[in-house]
Design a protein around this ligand. Structure first.
Ligand code: SAM
Length: 329
């Protein structure tokens, strides 16, 4: 149906919408539409629109859904959700602010907008952030029914791995002994404990382990999780021959920890080994490294080769699910 709309260039869209909204002139029952760099903002009283704006009649769908950031911006910004925070990755400061404003003014249940200021870095894999809206970098995130409190400025966490973490959790049987070598705030460890595994979770980042303990309590699995703040290589001897399952989520450098993993592995143990490799041979380097560390003490079977996600042009984040069975002596 045709409705009266203010027609503005996309760049001026958000500012105009707010100006009209201040005077209660936006027709909230209709969607904002866009075409060829123009935004069409439906208005409730065309006669009251200031002369500086062009008013045209245009087909506008009735609003069925809530206002999204794309409605306000005129294009679809790319972002990730993490609890009540939204993460964007914008180099252009003006565009970053424009997106943040649209996100906060949309109907998304969000009060914080964070912009990535660096790549993940250092041993703890934490990045720098710019707070575009809201108070800080603390969030509480829900993933497959579990709740994780964390501060993104202090610990690593990526919501993009949710499906992958669930894939691993679904393989875990009650009573298993699961060792998470690079546990972060517990997104592998806590679902494992919720499936009645006995879990040892290690991280060199003290703050991550504090959050992991808090998260274990939050999710009522505290009694099944032992959280250890240490370099996992220093803990391996204490858990020698212990694990039925080992999670190694430290892509780029997991190979340097395979001797520790083999020490921790029990007689029949599955290792979930994460790696980042070129598309030409995404699984070969991981398999060779595992065989190099585990054979001949163990028979090695690669059970699954799984692409988790595309990481960079021509590079994949992959996971090898590998079974180690102690070889007959
Ligand atoms: N598994 C968690 C997740 O999915 O959110 C965290 C993964 S993050 C990529 C890797 C983690 O390994 C970081 O929390 C970092 O602090 C930890 N880490 C790095 N080197 C370590 C080491 N030598 N021993 C134990 N943890 C380590």
């Amino acid at each position: 149906m045709d409705v009266a709309c203010v027609r503005v260039r996309r760049e001026a869209g958000e500012e105009t919408r707010r100006e009209l909204a201040r005077d209660d002139l936006v027709a909230e029952d209709y969607e904002i539409t866009h075409e060829d760099g123009w935004l069409y903002i439906p208005v409730s009283d065309p006669a009251a629109i200031p002369d500086e704006f062009a008013v045209v009649d245009r087909a506008a769908p009735e609003r069925e859904t809530q206002t999204t950031p794309a409605d306000l911006l005129g294009d679809e910004p790319s972002y990730e959700r993490l609890g009540r925070a939204v993460i964007v990755d914008e180099d252009d400061p003006e565009r970053a602010c424009e997106i943040a404003r649209a996100i906060v003014e949309s109907d998304l249940p969000v009060d914080t907008v964070l912009n990535k200021r660096s790549k993940i870095k250092g041993e703890t894999r934490v990045r720098d952030w710019e707070v575009l809206a809201g108070d800080g970098t603390d969030v509480v995130h829900r993933e497959y029914g579990h709740e994780f409190a964390l501060d993104l400025a202090e610990v690593y966490f990526s919501p993009r791995l949710a499906t992958e973490r669930h894939r691993i959790a679904e393989q875990i049987a009650p009573g298993e002994r699961v060792f998470d070598m690079f546990a972060g705030v517990g997104p592998y460890a806590i679902p494992a404990a919720a499936r009645e595994a006995t879990v040892v979770a290690v991280d060199v980042n003290e703050r991550a382990i504090e959050y992991l303990r808090e998260n274990a309590e939050r999710n009522d699995v505290g009694e099944r999780v032992t959280a250890i703040d240490a370099d996992v290589r220093e803990v391996a001897a204490e858990y020698a021959d212990w694990a039925d399952r080992i999670v190694m989520n430290l892509p780029h450098s997991a190979d340097a920890f395979l001797d520790a993993a083999v020490a921790i592995a029990g007689d029949d143990c599955v290792i979930h080994y994460y790696d980042i490799q070129h598309e030409d041979d995404p699984f070969g380097p991981g398999e060779r490294a595992i065989r190099g560390a585990a054979e001949p003490a163990y028979d090695v079977t690669v059970e699954t080769e799984h692409v988790v996600r595309s990481y960079a042009p021509h590079e994949y984040n992959v996971c090898l699910d590998v079974r180690l069975r102690r070889a007959p002596r």
